[in-house]
Design a protein around this ligand. Structure first.
Ligand SMILES: [Ca+2]
Ligand SMILES: [Ca+2]
Ligand SMILES: [Ca+2]
Length: 218
């Protein structure tokens, strides 16, 4: 992107000249997002120069990493409408917790939950336990990627495999004529939500004591 050498066969003609303004599209989970806004001037730097670009998915007036469009949508969802001066985006700062549910506005933005609904946030529930696993439940947001960590002492956390169905073979029924062969689910290090709906995942449990879990989202 740093130079446009006319008349050469060894340099792509798609390269932009120094000082040229440009826009970026970003492919995220197979979805292309436009426009991508940058806090720095949008111009190609000098040849060989490296610059850091902090990107957001739209205008970010206060530069806190959260696009104005999301902040506005959250205020709207919470019934906070613009006045004569427009939207009061100062109401929804990154590190504040507008709905008081203990989850910051920034964390709600990342998790895809409503920052003006205290009943909506990322929460993990142990729905059931089996001999060697726990069935965990949470409300997943479409295309968000979830991963799990477990701990036995709340001090040391390690990544935990997750399964979309129970990895334990069902009990054998001696009355059954020919039980179907059990095909164990594949262990996954993360799960991408295929819908905005409840997600049930199985994770290994420490059979000798308590197991704690925490859910990460990106
Ligand atoms: Ca912002
Ligand atoms: Ca909150
Ligand atoms: Ca919330």
């Amino acid at each position: 992107m740093d130079m446009q050498r006319l008349g050469t066969q060894t340099y792509t003609g798609l390269a932009n000249a120094t000082g040229t303004a440009f826009t970026l599209g970003v492919v995220l989970h197979d979805i292309v997002y436009y426009p991508i806004e940058m806090s720095q001037p949008r111009a190609i730097g000098h040849p060989g120069e490296r610059i850091r670009l902090d990107l957001t998915l739209g205008i970010d007036s206060d530069g806190d990493g959260i696009p104005d469009a999301w902040e506005q949508s959250q205020l709207y969802a919470g019934g906070i409408m613009p006045d004569a001066n427009g939207w009061n985006l100062a109401l929804i700062d990154r590190d504040d917790d507008l709905d008081g549910d203990g989850v910051s506005n920034w964390q709600e933005y990342i998790a895809g939950t409503f920052a003006t609904d205290p009943t909506d946030n990322l929460a993990l529930q142990v729905a059931a336990t089996t001999a060697t696993h726990a069935r965990l439940r949470f409300f997943g947001i479409y295309n968000k990627v979830y991963s799990l960590e477990s701990s036995t002492d709340l001090q040391i956390w390690t990544p935990a495999d997750v399964f979309l169905s129970n990895p334990e073979p069902p009990p054998v029924d001696p009355e059954a004529f020919t039980p179907p062969p059990f095909v164990p689910p594949v262990a996954q290090t993360s799960h991408r939500a295929v819908a905005t709906d409840f997600v049930d995942l199985y994770a290994p449990a420490d059979t000798s004591g308590r197991t704690f879990y925490r859910l990460k989202v990106r």
